[in-house]
Design a protein around this ligand. Structure first.
Ligand SMILES: *Cc1c(COP(=O)(O)O)cnc(C)c1O
Length: 416
């Protein structure tokens, strides 16, 4: 059973004040999640979660995470700019980009973000573009497939990210020769894993690599970044990951491999996005139309521009009818208004009868939800609302207006 974090009565008050659709975030849930992650890794004195900004790039959300002791991981200069302006310390900002522009490396250097290089070739590019900082992290891609037991989790071989093992070793050697003093290692090998074993398995691989790096190159890494990839239970059938169990699993291999080899000083970093935020966001939408042809359709006022994952990945997002939770169950497609047949939040889903005017919530939209939005068909991005710990609601981003959409067009005067 998936339950929304807000009651129907509380949500009614918010929809009376703010027109749908909008993304609603749960401050309490976000704070509790950040505390649980920090607690799970408290055994590692240097631990830090660098929240993946791309998941939920809103300053109000990032500030909450900052208050809970998290840093941020950025992929572009705009994400860096936002993080810097919000007031994150340079030590709390990492820059994990790829196919990076010279100006972005220069800006990352200017604000003192920790740079994590995606490619061996980036070493020379960074040196040319902005000079080498004292600390550099390298992103590893082992190739092949990443498996847990008999399950294939993901396909690093096909991933554009990271560098080979040979490049990684050559990279550390080059960087050391060029005067870099402090080193990190990063890898992201599988996405949205719904198992407590992903992080410990990944960590063991990286910890063994750290031992090899020490033995072969005489370099003791300062931090190992397990990146993102810890998933959430999008479907009611999925098991929820237990971050305490995950943290203990990483602790065990840390002791077995790193401590045993004199590398117990290494700090563990994470870059969780989805795990931190997805369950703490709901896309709130109202039913505009019913239509019956070969299927039953429920037309809502949100569309794929507000939440792309179902259209892009065929991803499941649970839907709750807040107004008519005990209605007669029917099989429907829940659709938005785009002139694209993949604009469906649910296909052939059993839901309590959704009547015109009912409020539906689409679950787990708190990460990679609003941020993947776009403007197809001239549909505008929605507002974002924060459901605060005291029970009040605060708008943290207004909805786009037609003027926003037209503002970048050149050579026409829309005032006329
Ligand atoms: C997207 C991304 C993350 C976050 O991934 P989640 O699946 O949201 O945990 C972390 N690090 C990097 C480099 C990423 O690109």
């Amino acid at each position: 059973m998936k339950r929304p974090f807000i009651s129907a009565t509380d949500l009614d008050k918010i929809t009376a004040e703010f027109p749908t659709p909008f993304h609603l975030y749960d401050e309490k849930g976000i704070r509790e999640k950040a505390r649980a992650v920090n607690k799970a890794f408290a055994w590692n004195p240097g631990f830090k979660e660098f929240f993946a900004v791309k998941a939920t790039p809103n300053p109000a959300i990032l500030k909450i995470l900052k208050e809970e002791g998290c840093g941020v991981d950025c992929a572009t200069d705009v994400e860096l700019l936002m993080s810097h302006k919000i007031g994150f310390d340079s030590s709390a900002i990492s820059f994990t980009s790829n196919d990076t522009r010279a100006s972005e490396f220069a800006y990352a250097r200017e604000i003192g973000a920790t740079i994590n290089l995606d490619a061996y070739e980036d070493i020379a590019f960074l040196e040319e573009a902005a000079g080498l900082p004292k600390t550099v992290s390298l992103r590893y891609n082992p190739g092949g497939v990443f498996t847990l037991g008999t399950d294939i989790m993901d396909n690093p071989e096909e991933s554009k990210f990271g560098m080979t093992k040979a490049q990684l070793f050559q990279g550390y050697k080059d960087l050391k020769a060029k005067g870099v003093q402090s080193f990190g290692l990063h890898a992201f090998l599988a996405s949205n894993t719904v198992t407590n074993d992903y992080y410990p398995t990944l960590a063991a691989q990286l910890f063994n690599l750290a031992v090899e790096i020490k033995q072969e190159l005489g370099i003791s890494l300062d931090f190992i970044n397990l990146s993102g990839g810890v998933g959430v239970d999008y479907t009611p059938a999925d098991q929820q990951n237990d971050i305490a169990v995950i943290g203990e699993g990483v602790h065990r291999v840390f002791d077995e491999i790193l401590v045993a080899n004199g590398l117990g000083h290494i700090s563990i970093y994470t870059e969780l996005g989805r795990f931190m935020l997805a369950p703490h966001g709901l896309l709130v939408t109202k039913v505009l139309h019913r239509k019956k042809t070969y299927r039953n359709y429920v037309g809502v006022d949100a569309s794929a521009v507000n939440l792309l994952r179902p259209a892009m990945y065929g991803a499941y997002h649970h839907i709750t009818n807040m107004t008519n939770p005990n209605g007669k169950v029917e099989v429907v497609d829940v659709v938005g208004s785009l002139c694209e047949n993949n604009d469906k939040f649910a296909k052939q889903r059993e839901l309590p009868e959704a009547r015109i005017g009912d409020t539906l919530v689409i679950h787990d939209s708190g990460a990679h939800g609003f941020s993947m939005g776009y403007n197809y068909n001239g549909r505008l991005r929605s507002a974002e609302i924060l459901f605060q710990e005291d029970g009040s609601a605060r708008m943290i981003r207004r909805a786009e207006t037609p003027e926003d959409y037209l503002a970048t067009l050149y050579g026409f005067d829309f005032e006329k």
